[in-house]
Ligand binder design. Structure first.
Ligand SMILES: [Cu+2]
Length: 141
């Protein structure tokens, strides 16, 4: 019986050791996270409180928000989430573009709407834009 308890203790220690080693590996920063930090060159803009925030979700092939109205000069924040399929959110005139998102992931971008007019935002993945994955960003004086 005594030997059995010692054997059991050895097994438990062994299992714990494997578990801890596994955890330590998970703590290492992944290459993906490093790349994300390098992409955030507009960090200063990210820290400004936005004048207006839009929570946008995308599926195949549409956005839940079809039209956005802002004032010229507004700091606009887009919190974009893909609910189904691979998508991004792009508006060329303001060089605003989220990362291409896997289903169930999110990305936020901030830009200044410094031009008056109606601008099309769209998904640049595949032919999603042609399939109607678009909306209007209206910037008023
Ligand atoms: Cu798309």
């Amino acid at each position: 019986m005594k030997y059995f308890i010692i054997l059991l203790a050895v097994v438990i220690v062994g299992v714990l050791w494997f578990h801890l080693t596994d955890k330590a590996e998970q703590l290492d920063p992944t290459p993906q996270e490093t790349a994300t930090m390098e992409e955030n060159s507009e960090q200063d803009l990210e820290e400004i409180e936005p004048d207006v925030t839009f929570k946008v979700t995308g599926v195949n092939y549409s956005y839940n928000v079809k039209e956005m109205r802002v004032k010229k000069g507004d700091v606009v924040r887009i919190d974009f989430t893909s609910n189904l399929g691979f998508h991004d959110w792009v508006v060329d005139e303001f060089s605003a573009k989220t990362k291409t998102l896997r289903p169930g992931t999110s990305d936020s971008i901030t830009f200044v709407a410094d031009k008056v007019g109606t601008f099309e935002y769209y998904c640049s993945v595949g032919s999603h834009r042609e399939q109607g994955m678009v909306g209007s960003l209206i910037v008023e004086e």
